[in-house]
Design a protein around this ligand. Structure first.
Ligand SMILES: [Zn+2]
Length: 589
């Protein structure tokens, strides 16, 4: 554990003792251990990296420099980020965090240097009081929201880009934020009027992370102070569904604080909180895409509210922010429990939400809401630089950390994507090369390279949707690896260079009702993919959608289907939709 020079920071309240963060049973790899080598994930990863590498540093720092009385060249960013905008300078830390992740992932010196300049440029705007906000508006309206993002940005800059000034800057930012942070954790309806949307209940995750990185107990004390026990975690841990009516993204995000609290404080309550809430979201809040929270709000279950939302709003799922929160929670729970269903949930949101967003535009326009209203189109949020401009690059960089995990004895394959992994083991590195066209194809081949043969287990996620019989073969011979849907299939053997594992996950079509009050309003799934109609085809005969029904692959186009109704209706995976008009849910007749 790295430590920074001791300096007076915050007084440790009595009763707070040192805690020893422990690892989850499964570990994440570093961003630099995994490379995407092709396909749609890599293409989006590269586009998003390029977009944020082009971020104008003078513009990002402009409002901070103006407030500090420093020369402030460059154009205003506009939108939410402006000094007079909705959330001035609030997403600075997320841009830094994402660039640090891309820097480690790619080893690109230009990305690393950009992180260095942004951290140092920001640090030079801190005054004697270490005031860390762009202005008074940010400090009074968004104290926790902004601070949370500064914390992750500076920690990631330290950890993934090796920026030595990041931790001392974090210390100063933390000192400066004290006067503005709330005295206790507040939810939206009990926050003071000037901070209606501030999200102090999301703070602990990154404060526990700060404690792990620095070893400074002050961060541990702050993390515990902002745990949303009474209003949120305690009832969830007891199985009481308190989600309805809550702001969806930020409360899903707060569940990562519960997961991190479990890892740091070793209190089972926090694990129960996160697991129960995951189940509640999956069973009562989720669209077929894996998204949730129409109009950014969790619905009351069992009242048909999701179906009602289809024609009421175009704001079905806050996609970059929601996907970021969903990915993090899925990874914590997958690592803690070893259960593949969390990987299934991550995969669902990956292919049916975040992979399908429009690319960020240079002037700051950003995809925000997925729209499941009939005859929908993908659009940008009207305001530039919204919250989703901060989470989009973070979650896309995290594709790498979501693909593979490991424990002492074995390797876990969570995502099927063209990629290469280097697993640094005590007896020498193991390289795994995954060759696949998934999700255009149902097969993936895993090939090992290593200096000397090694004994370990390979665990491959067999998704719940693979109901018609997944198969695994080693070096061309089918093996009995108990490849049942909804678990990791395990292969333990002495592996050597050239060994290959062929995975086949047959896609089948299935219909998923939108909620339990509307069993005839369905989305159409094909393997992991949500298919949408490029029409306003609201009523479809039941037999046409059944597996083996009239929906057929369009000739020569692997991801396109046709249904002969009164005319030929085209179906495509949502993530491949560009500017076409599409419909997600159908009434089966
Ligand atoms: Zn957002």
């Amino acid at each position: 554990m790295a430590t920074v020079a001791a300096a007076p920071l915050l007084r440790l309240p009595s009763g707070i003792s040192q805690a020893s963060p422990r690892s989850a049973p499964l570990q994440e790899f570093d961003y630099s251990d995994v490379q995407l080598t092709g396909g749609d994930l890599r293409a989006q990863f590269d586009r998003v990296h390029t977009a944020y590498l082009a971020l104008n540093e003078d513009s990002v720092l402009k409002g901070y420099r103006e407030r500090a009385g420093l020369p402030s060249p460059g154009h205003d960013m506009g939108g939410w980020y402006d000094p007079t905008g909705f959330a001035p300078g609030c997403h600075f830390g997320q841009y830094v965090s994402a660039l640090a992740r891309f820097a480690q992932a790619t080893g690109d010196p230009a990305t690393r240097d950009k992180v260095q300049r942004l951290v140092d440029g920001f640090a030079s705007t801190l005054d004697a009081d270490n005031f860390p906000y762009m202005n008074t508006k940010a400090a009074t309206m968004w104290p926790s929201y902004t601070f949370d993002k500064h914390v992750i940005g500076l920690l990631d800059a330290h950890r993934f880009a090796g920026i030595s000034s990041a931790l001392p800057t974090l210390q100063r930012v933390t000192e400066g934020a004290q006067r503005y942070l709330p005295p206790k954790v507040w939810d939206h309806d009990d926050a003071p009027r000037q901070t209606p949307w501030d999200e102090s209940y999301t703070l602990p995750e990154n404060l526990f992370y700060a404690y792990e990185v620095t070893g400074r107990p002050e961060y541990l004390a702050m993390a515990q102070k902002y745990l949303a026990n009474e209003r949120f975690f305690d009832p969830l841990a007891a199985g009481k569904n308190v989600l309805p009516g809550l702001h969806a993204y930020s409360h899903c995000n707060a569940l990562s604080s519960a997961a991190r609290a479990y890892l740091t404080l070793h209190d089972e309550k926090y694990l129960r909180t996160a697991m129960n809430a995951w189940d509640m979201i999956e069973q009562t809040q989720q669209f077929a895409s894996g998204g949730w929270g129409p109009d950014e709000t969790f619905v009351v279950p069992h009242q048909g509210k999701l179906c009602e939302s289809l024609t009421r709003t175009h704001h079905s799922f806050e996609t970059p922010c929601g996907s970021y929160a969903h990915f993090k929670l899925a990874r914590y729970l997958l690592r803690i429990t070893g259960e593949s269903r969390y990987g299934d949930g991550l995969e669902r949101v990956l292919y049916n939400a975040i992979l399908g967003v429009k690319d960020p535009a240079p002037e700051g326009h950003c995809f925000y809401y997925s729209d499941y209203h009939p005859a929908a189109q993908k659009t940008y949020h009207p305001d530039r630089w919204p919250c989703c401009s901060g989470t989009l690059p973070q979650v896309v960089a995290d594709y790498l950390r979501s693909a593979y995990f490991h424990d002492e004895d074995g390797l876990y394959v969570n995502l099927f994507a063209p990629s290469e992994l280097t697993w640094k083991r005590q007896d020498g590195p193991v390289k795994l090369i995954q060759d696949t066209r998934f999700p255009e194809a149902e097969e993936s081949e895993l090939r090992f390279e290593m200096a000397a043969p090694a004994d370990f287990s390979l665990h491959v996620r067999i998704p719940r949707w693979a109901q018609s019989g997944a198969t695994l073969a080693v070096n061309g011979k089918t093996v009995d690896a108990d490849a049942k849907p909804g678990r990791f299939a395990g292969l333990h053997r002495r592996w050597q260079t050239g060994d290959t594992v062929q995975v086949k996950l047959p896609f089948t079509k299935r219909r998923e009702p939108i909620d339990d009050q509307h069993p005839e309003t369905v989305a159409l799934m094909h393997g992991p993919l949500m298919l949408v109609a490029l029409e306003q085809a609201l009523e479809i005969p039941r037999r046409a959608l059944e597996n083996g029904g009239e929906l057929r692959s369009a000739p020569g186009t692997p991801r396109r289907f046709e249904l002969p109704l009164n005319k030929r209706v085209q179906f495509v995976p949502w993530y491949t939709v560009k500017d076409e008009t599409y419909t997600t849910y159908f009434i089966q007749t």
